[in-house]
Design a protein around this ligand. Structure first.
Ligand SMILES: *[C@@H]1O[C@H](CO)[C@@H](O)[C@H](O)[C@H]1NC(C)=O
Ligand SMILES: *[C@@H]1O[C@H](CO)[C@@H](O)[C@H](O)[C@H]1NC(C)=O
Ligand SMILES: *[C@@H]1O[C@H](CO)[C@@H](O)[C@H](O)[C@H]1NC(C)=O
Ligand SMILES: *[C@@H]1O[C@H](CO)[C@@H](O)[C@H](O)[C@H]1NC(C)=O
Ligand SMILES: *[C@@H]1O[C@H](CO)[C@@H](O)[C@H](O)[C@H]1NC(C)=O
Ligand SMILES: *[C@@H]1O[C@H](CO)[C@@H](O)[C@H](O)[C@H]1NC(C)=O
Ligand SMILES: *[C@@H]1O[C@H](CO)[C@@H](O)[C@H](O)[C@H]1NC(C)=O
Length: 571
């Protein structure tokens, strides 16, 4: 077992791994929690000037200046706090959570360089800490923010529903959640800057959290009777889940983080996605890349190994020994160093995986995950190992120690005051870049909770079906009912065809057969692009012979929302 010096608590003795991790957590846990709270306005000791409920990224104002509020960081931080409140672990957080909700609902309405609330402004990544717009050049939009924010607020909403406060959910929270989810529904299929704010393409983390938000948003909408959004959220959630599969790289056995990268695509993005979409009820499901899925484990090995040779503080660590990890191996930001939160994220995925195996009572080793498991048992073969087997027990023991090793790595490079910066030096382990990074503290709080077996509420990831064909998003749709009064002879049918794909692009062979249930009115309801000019005609088909309606083409402009009924007469 690896020996180390636990500098954080001045303990200069080599001790058994589990004990030392327990000791570090006992000290660092409260420091991390206090570190989060210090960075939240208006009363946080390090966030002077921040409005109530506003999370500053870090109090650092130079090299780098992080005295702003990011929607992503704030939402991840408050998700951790909301989990603590709703689980009963910390019942003092209610008013702070209410202030966060108010702050975010204000920020949603701030016109900014990405647009207004209704023209794309929800994709704006960061704001001033007094809830005004940041107008400088930046990587925008970043489309994970609305998804993460709705996930945090939905977690609170579900708890309020279970605690007899549906009116607050419906009147106050739902309008905020719906703005974000409508944005996700309508924009998931557009490019985005990634969570590191560098690459404009499609990004696994963003797609994964968007999928989650739409699923739990649909369930909440159903629970509170907001049924008009459900089919739209469900349809797009299925499309997003389909798209999510495309990031898996089967030849290299990892998840390619960004589609337009110019680099390997090996990235903490994917590990963070797995832990932030962990669902304790979803087992080792691979389609949602659950932490114990074979794809996520294979990916984790490739990701962690990519840092073994590039950070000198990792020198000499091999095989099943934990290492310091960073954002991605090609990173040069602030010198390109390991990050506290990414190293904790590896441990968190492994603790989540241990929970998943314990719940299902077995470990499945597949061709895809074989290399991951060979780190702990070089002679392991594919198969399913029940929890009663010695192989299962030895794997779980080794993987727990491996996970603890990543905590020890961050512990080793935590300074004596327990402060967590953004990064630590790849050559000597001293803190680098922004001090007191709120997200670093949140990552400590969540990994410590998972290690202790405290898991967030399920979000509905179990048993999802991936559509066989991935549909792109084609804009908002409205249901249009076409009624046409047409007398026909026996064996003759009326069809609809028109100028958009939903109307078969003027095809006569795939034109839409209408129902004659209300003969002589023939009827069909079709989802058409909203707010769009469309031409159409009815056709008769009898013994294969096609007869068109006389000219001109019928035309409509579809409404921007709701539905429409058209009452035509055959010409
Ligand atoms: C918000 O903060 C910025 C930066 O400190 C400042 O320039 C601006 O005047 C403030 N706006 C308001 C309304 O307080
Ligand atoms: C519902 O929750 C809100 C937000 O915390 C609170 O202000 C309100 O008093 C609660 N209402 C009830 C009936 O508990
Ligand atoms: C849009 O969705 C389609 C179908 O999944 C996919 O092929 C395409 O890459 C997506 N584009 C973006 C920018 O999300
Ligand atoms: C490693 O895996 C092999 C194959 O399943 C098994 O026979 C062996 O007992 C395992 N080793 C340990 C230490 O569990
Ligand atoms: C259908 O059209 C015929 C002929 O114009 C008309 O007599 C009949 O009332 C119409 N039926 C309906 C249900 O509108
Ligand atoms: C109806 O639309 C079709 C397809 O765009 C077009 O070819 C045709 O000319 C149109 N008919 C009239 C009368 O405009
Ligand atoms: C068609 O008829 C229905 C009632 O049968 C009515 O609600 C609808 O407004 C009519 N559509 C138009 C475009 O007039």
């Amino acid at each position: 077992m690896r020996r180390f010096i636990l500098s954080a608590i001045g303990l200069c003795a080599s001790v058994s791994l589990g004990t030392s991790v327990d000791t570090y957590i006992a000290t660092e846990g409260p420091i991390a929690k206090a570190g989060m709270l210090a960075n939240i306005g208006p009363d946080g000791s390090k966030s002077s000037g921040a409005y109530p409920g506003v999370v500053i990224a870090s109090p650092s104002t130079t090299d780098p200046d992080y005295l702003y509020t990011w929607v992503r960081d704030s939402s991840l931080v408050f998700k951790a706090l909301i989990d603590q409140y709703t689980s009963g672990e910390d019942t003092t957080l209610r008013s702070l959570i209410d202030e966060f909700v108010t702050a975010e609902s204000n920020i949603q309405q701030v016109t900014n360089p990405s647009g207004t609330v209704s023209t794309g402004g929800l994709g704006e990544p960061k704001f001033m800490i007094n809830e005004t717009a940041f107008t400088g050049a930046w990587g925008r939009p970043q489309r994970d923010g609305p998804a993460l924010r709705s996930t945090a607020i939905i977690t609170y909403a579900n708890w309020l529903l279970a605690n007899n406060n549906a009116s607050y959910v419906t009147e106050t929270l739902w309008p905020i959640i719906k703005l974000d989810l409508d944005y996700v529904m309508n924009n998931w299929n557009q490019s985005t800057f990634d969570l590191w704010e560098e690459i404009d393409s499609s990004s696994f983390f963003t797609t994964a959290v968007q999928h989650r938000a739409l699923r739990e948003g649909s369930a909440l909408a159903t629970a509170i009777g907001q049924t008009s959004v459900v089919s739209g959220y469900d349809t797009q959630a299925a499309n997003v889940l389909c798209f999510l599969q495309s990031y898996w790289n089967p030849t290299s056995s990892y998840i390619t983080a960004n589609t337009g990268g110019g680099r390997s695509g090996i990235d903490a993005n994917t590990v963070l996605a797995s832990i932030h979409t962990f669902d304790v009820d979803a087992g080792c499901d691979a389609v949602t890349f659950q932490p114990c899925s074979d794809v996520a484990l294979s990916n984790l090995k490739v990701y962690a190994d990519s840092f073994r040779s590039i950070y000198s503080i990792n020198n000499g660590l091999t095989g099943d020994e934990a290492v310091a990890t960073g954002r991605y191996p090609e990173d040069v930001y602030q010198g390109g160093n390991p990050w506290y939160l990414t190293t904790f994220a590896v441990a968190e995925q492994l603790y989540d995986a241990l929970t998943g195996w314990a719940n299902q009572g077995s470990i499945a080793v597949t061709e895809t995950s074989l290399a991951f498991f060979q780190q702990f048992n070089s002679t392991i073969v594919t198969g399913t190992y029940p929890s009663s087997s010695t192989t299962y027990t030895s794997l779980v023991t080794a993987i727990k120690a491996f996970a603890d090793g990543f905590i020890v790595t961050d512990a080793t490079y935590t300074p004596s005051n327990g402060g967590l910066a953004e990064q630590f030096s790849k050559t000597n382990g001293t803190p680098v870049s922004a001090v007191d990074l709120t997200w670093s503290y949140a990552s400590a709080v969540t990994v410590f909770a998972r290690r202790a077996g405290q898991n967030p509420a399920s979000w509905g990831a179990a048993n999802l079906i991936v559509p066989s064909v991935c549909e792109p998003y084609s804009g908002p749709t409205v249901a249009v009912t076409f009624n046409v009064n047409a007398t026909t002879v026996y064996g003759e049918n009326i069809y609809l065809t028109g100028s958009v794909s939903a109307l078969t692009d003027w095809s006569t062979t795939t034109a839409l057969l209408m129902s004659s249930a209300d003969y002589p009115i023939w009827s069909i309801t079709v989802d058409l692009p909203a707010d769009t000019g469309i031409q159409y005609k009815y056709i008769r088909i009898y013994n294969g012979d096609v007869t068109w309606e006389s000219d001109p083409n019928n035309s409509i402009t579809t409404p921007s929302g709701g539905s429409e009924i058209l009452n035509d007469t055959w010409r």
